[in-house]
Ligand binder design. Structure first.
Ligand SMILES: *Cc1c(COP(=O)(O)O)cnc(C)c1O
Length: 392
């Protein structure tokens, strides 16, 4: 059967149209024009409620949220920030943008932070960004225990983890700050957009001002007002605000989140069970406390040489499924050795070995079962083709 374009998104709910028409009629696109109840403010209230956080700040991207988080923590220039060696280039970039230095730690074959390397590299770091890459949750019990003991704040990059839970607690609420993305390939699609959540009034007040709440626009945020008074005119304004149009696209998707999460997990587990039968594929299991919210699948090719890995990618493509092996596609933004903007870029042999065999396939949550079966068949038949390939 013909496979659909795996980058298609679900249609934006009809309710967005009425609100967008209203905004176009009134021209009221800037979040701080209306005296109250601007779409961006309503989104912040709804998102905070959904996640069970005290405060939310909507911004232009998850990268902007990560940058503002580091700034709001008041980290000095050249502070060291520990991040996993497997993440999207936007994460070390946000650290560099905040005038801090990314310190990379090793990641295991299961895509999760290697806790021995994490513990070894933590001393001397002023903050940690845990990037739940492709929604894979690292051992948050161990991470929080180490960081709490050392008094080091944890920022969760939950860009791809909206709906994931850890011991039934929502990912993004475990660290001091959680950052999410509304970019099109995430669970909620606004093209671009991000949001940060925290329970810390003083921290969110600083982030709000720096996001571009100039003059007394902060009065439109429901945060303890004393938290703002002391920061007035003390902080730079980076203007990373969200537009009302984006909020109008996001808000009607929030009620669909739990269905998308359930469908995404069902789709993932369906394909994982089928392809996991192959002796050439390992689909790493989640850690016990984690319930995932995937919109893609990652698996490792095992017992295959480089030529066979490349042949597999070509054969899958010919069968209609785009597979990305993170470490073997040119200039991949998730391969740490391409981050030449990071000073003293380390080698991370374990992470590198994982990236050379780790495959990434999108599984949009709206795919029907027949399509999922066709995806599995396409991958399994590509494996057979690859087995016929001799080492180059
Ligand atoms: C998408 C993503 C980002 C970046 O999000 P933007 O909103 O595009 O800035 C950061 N980290 C992870 C893990 C992501 O998946």
């Amino acid at each position: 059967m013909a496979l659909p374009d795996m980058h298609t998104a679900e249609a934006i709910p009809e309710a967005a149209r009425t609100e967008i028409d209203r905004l176009l009629q009134s021209g009221d696109l800037f979040r701080y024009t209306a005296p109250a109840d601007a779409p961006v403010s309503l989104l912040e209230a709804e998102f905070a409620e959904l996640l069970g956080a005290r405060f939310a700040l909507a911004v232009s991207s998850c990268s902007a949220a990560l940058f503002l988080s580091l700034k709001a923590l008041g980290l000095p220039r050249d502070a060291r920030v520990l991040i996993p060696g497997f993440t999207f280039a936007a994460v070390p970039s946000s650290v560099v943008h905040a005038d801090c230095i990314p310190v990379l730690c090793e990641v295991g074959k299961n895509y999760r932070i290697d806790m021995d390397d994490f513990a070894a590299k933590l001393p001397g770091c002023a903050a940690v960004i845990v990037s739940h890459m492709r929604g894979h949750t690292s051992d948050m019990d161990a991470i929080m225990a180490l960081c709490d003991a050392a008094g080091i704040p944890v920022i969760e990059d939950a860009a791809h983890s909206l709906g994931t839970t850890w011991h039934r607690r929502k990912i993004g609420t475990l660290g001091k700050i959680g950052c999410f993305s509304f970019q099109s390939y995430k669970m909620i699609n606004a093209g671009e957009g991000g949001i940060l959540i925290t329970d810390d009034a003083d921290l969110v007040a600083r982030a709000i001002i720096m996001s571009g709440a100039y003059e007394h626009n902060w009065k439109k945020h429901p945060v303890l007002q004393d938290a703002f008074g002391q920061h007035q005119n003390q902080l730079p304004l980076y203007n990373l605000r969200m537009s009302n149009l984006s909020a109008a696209v996001i808000r009607p998707q929030l009620p669909h989140l739990s269905r998308r999460v359930t469908d995404g997990r069902r789709n993932h587990d369906h394909v994982a069970a089928q392809i996991g039968q192959s002796p050439y594929i390992d689909v790493p299991a989640p850690l016990a406390p984690e319930v995932r919210a995937p919109d893609s699948i990652q698996f490792n090719l095992i017992n295959m040489n480089d030529a066979q890995v490349d042949a597999f990618v070509r054969a899958a493509d010919a069968n209609g499924v785009k597979v990305q092996v993170f470490g073997r596609s040119a200039d991949n933004a998730r391969a740490f050795w391409n981050w030449h903007f990071v000073p003293d870029l380390p080698d991370l042999p374990q992470t590198r070995a994982m990236l050379m065999r780790a495959c990434d396939v999108r599984l949009p949550v709206h795919l029907p079962t027949a399509t999922l079966d066709a995806v599995s068949d396409a991958l399994l038949s590509a494996l057979e083709t690859a087995q016929g390939t001799k080492a180059a």
